[in-house]
Design a protein around this ligand. Structure first.
Ligand code: MLT
Length: 323
């Protein structure tokens, strides 16, 4: 009798969804909210490949662009909470957009589950090689004198490059036309071609072009210089204190994704960021790598909420709103 009950229980378990199908048993879709070739996409590809090895399944990149990442995060929030769709975002997409976009049809805090904090990029003040200024003070004077001829690239209202431009305007008293792109990957190509003249751009996007002599750099928006570009002064050293912005990244899943799955993806991200080759690659692009403690889902979730409380009044004061 006992044996029959045990066999019956086994048969029920065998037809259940979990039997023999430990997560993950198929490729994982990673939504990237900006165009291919930009900083978010590059980070997703570097980490995704390594995390896929760790999880034993491929991580497939899905670039969902538009509205500074809010279309992508909406898609993520509405995806099945089964661990097979996750998303990478950053300070712009997952904090600032919540304050800027009045009609988001999802809630950045309540409809998404934090998985892990990822590296952050300082911003660089970069221009095309056509701009004659030799340092940041000369650049600011040039921008003021030629305001009507200058345009700057961003990845849309609320993106990292837009946050950077707003901070730059506030501190330097400059104001030029902002041109929105689907990501700073395409924008930086137009900067090289002088279709636009300036960007306040994430280090990982423009550093390779600066090193190749295709762009000019004036300052880094950080408290300290970055080891990846030690000759570049901080904005404070260059005469304009108060522009200290770093664009941190993170991974999220749809709300309701089981905790053991979140923990498994988190562990893969932690492992990937401990890999010396990956660390070298990211640090060479100016990125700061978080500690495993900072990456914990609950620690990261609390950080995201604290960042929202910090940025909401700044955005409200700047009066940037999109209906
Ligand atoms: C990108 O990947 O294109 C950037 O993260 C855009 C931005 O926020 O400036």
């Amino acid at each position: 009798m006992l044996r029959r009950v045990a066999l019956a229980l086994l048969a029920v378990a065998a037809t259940g969804p979990a039997f023999g199908q430990a997560y993950p048993n198929k490729p994982i879709n990673l939504i990237v909210p900006f165009a291919a070739g930009g900083p978010t996409d590059v980070m997703a590809r570097i980490l995704g490949e390594r995390m896929g090895k760790e999880l034993g399944q491929q991580i497939v990149i899905d670039n969902v662009t538009g509205a500074a990442g809010s279309i992508a995060m909406g898609k993520l929030a509405r995806s099945a909470p089964d661990g097979y769709t996750i998303g990478i975002g950053h300070l712009g997409t997952n904090v600032v957009n919540g304050a800027i976009y009045k009609n988001l049809n999802y809630d950045l805090i309540n409809d998404l589950e934090p998985i892990a904090l990822l590296p952050s990029n300082p911003l660089l003040v970069v221009t095309s090689n056509q701009i004659p200024a030799k340092d940041l003070k000369e650049l600011v004077a040039y921008l003021k004198a030629n305001a009507d001829k200058i345009s700057g690239g961003t990845a849309g209202l609320g993106s990292g490059s837009h946050i950077g431009a707003l901070a730059f305007f506030a501190v330097t008293g400059t104001n030029y036309q902002l041109v929105p792109y689907r990501g700073t990957g395409p924008a930086v190509q137009d900067l090289i071609a002088n279709q636009i003249q300036i960007m306040i751009d994430q280090s990982s996007n423009s550093l390779p072009h600066i090193r190749a002599g295709k762009l000019k750099v004036y300052a880094v928006t950080a408290k300290q210089r970055t080891a990846a570009a030690p000759d570049v002064p901080t904005t404070a050293e260059a005469g304009f204190p108060g522009i200290e912005v770093a664009i941190w990244h993170g991974l999220w899943a749809p709300k309701g994704t089981p905790k053991d799955i979140i923990d498994k993806i988190n562990a893969a991200a932690v492992k990937a960021l401990q890999d010396p080759d990956i660390r070298r690659k990211l640090e060479d692009l100016g990125q700061d790598i978080p500690t495993p403690e900072q990456m914990k889902p609950d620690v990261f979730g609390a950080y995201q909420k604290a960042e929202f409380a910090k940025w909401k009044p700044i955005i409200d004061k700047a009066g940037v709103k999109v209906d």
